[in-house]
Design a protein around this ligand. Structure first.
Ligand SMILES: NC(=O)c1ccc[n+]([C@@H]2O[C@H](COP(=O)([O-])OP(=O)(O)OC[C@H]3O[C@@H](n4cnc5c(N)ncnc54)[C@H](O)[C@@H]3O)[C@@H](O)[C@H]2O)c1
Length: 318
């Protein structure tokens, strides 16, 4: 199948493309290599992909994508976005509007103009729920984002929904809960935590450490994305999470245990836009999507620690 993946050079996009290639698909991968973090990292994420004859890389913003590339694809995974809650306040918000809202609208518009029927799988976020009184949210739970980032992801979802209602375009939205694993973005907690363990640098812990997250290993997310590619539905929304809740204090202890290194924790005030706890009810995802998280936090963290240790070793030899 001809597949278009936006954000292919990012953390999730690069893992997804590797899976799609191993499943035998032809991929056009689009990425603007934005400066949200070092573009060299994103180029490295592409190394393995570009070695395949079935992968074409287009270095471009989705806003400027040629209609032909959208026409050719039967399935589109839309992952390109400006991620990150804390940096979505202040002047940076303009990037969130451009990359998360305008870009999504333009892609949907192009997809509906196309003559060939297609499906878009949209990477949304647990941030659309905001702070919730329940331990595990279902997809029916009211959305109430508490960060500008969450608002842009909700706007993306709503755009997907209106375009699906008004056209033949099929749109599946996945609400991803904190994803971790090899190649995780450098702004994310586990990346900073493991970096601190491996190098002795300080780890800034925001808040009291008792905040809980439903962490999801990247290969489980890749599985959910591929399932969303063919689930029988015109338009639907699913939670994608790891299935267990862990506090940041427990996560710190686990990284120390696996790495065998003490972490120098620097406690800082809670950050605006960070929710207290996240937790997903996966009943619908299990029943309809066929999704079931497989990777235990301990195993996933071990994989991320090993991959980051390799990078640290390579950097110290360079
Ligand atoms: N990582 C998580 O925990 C998580 C959780 C919830 C949702 N998500 C969503 O998953 C998607 C991927 O996240 P990630 O962690 O891999 O982020 P990432 O920053 O590693 O990847 C996003 C990629 O998109 C590219 N990009 C951004 N705007 C673009 C544009 N307008 N045109 C072309 N390319 C563009 C960037 O250069 C980057 O390579 C995002 O939509 C994010 O909102 C991620």
């Amino acid at each position: 199948m001809q597949v278009l993946v936006t954000g292919c050079a990012g953390f999730l996009g690069s893992h997804l493309c590797e899976r799609l290639l191993s499943d035998g698909h032809h991929i056009t991968g689009v990425d603007a290599l934005t400066d949200s973090y070092d573009p060299q990292w994103k180029l490295r994420n592409l190394d393995r992909l570009c070695a395949s004859e079935r992968f074409d890389f287009v270095h471009a913003e989705v806003l400027k994508l040629k209609q032909r590339l959208v026409d050719d694809a039967q399935l589109i995974f839309h992952l390109a976005a400006r991620p990150g809650v804390r940096t979505s306040w202040g002047p940076e918000f303009q990037h969130y509007l451009r990359h998360n809202v305008l870009t999504t609208q333009r892609l949907l518009e192009r997809a509906t103009l196309s003559q060939t029927p297609k499906r878009i799988v949209f990477a949304s976020s647990s941030s659309v729920y905001g702070d919730t009184p329940v331990e595990r949210v279902t997809e029916e739970h009211p959305t109430n984002p508490v960060s500008p980032y969450g608002i842009t992801k909700l706007a993306g979802e709503q755009l997907c929904s209106v375009y699906a209602n008004e056209s033949c375009l099929e749109v599946i939205t996945l609400r991803l809960f904190t994803v971790y694993g090899p190649r995780q973005r450098p702004d994310m907690a586990f990346h900073r935590l493991i970096q601190a363990a491996l190098t002795g640098s300080k780890f800034a812990l925001f808040g009291d450490g008792r905040q809980q997250r439903d962490f999801t290993f990247v290969q489980d997310v890749v599985e959910a994305l591929t399932l969303a590619g063919h689930v029988p539905a015109h338009s639907d929304t699913f939670n994608v999470a790891g299935g267990g809740r862990v506090s940041m204090n427990q996560a710190i202890a686990l990284v120390e245990e696996i790495s065998g290194c003490r972490i120098n924790v620097e406690r800082q005030a809670p950050q605006s836009g960070d929710v207290r706890n996240t937790g997903a009810d996966l009943s619908k995802s299990r029943a309809v999507l066929g999704y079931s998280p497989r990777v235990k936090l301990r195993d996933g963290l071990r994989a991320q620690i090993e991959s980051m240790a390799e990078r640290v070793r390579a950097a110290s030899c360079a």
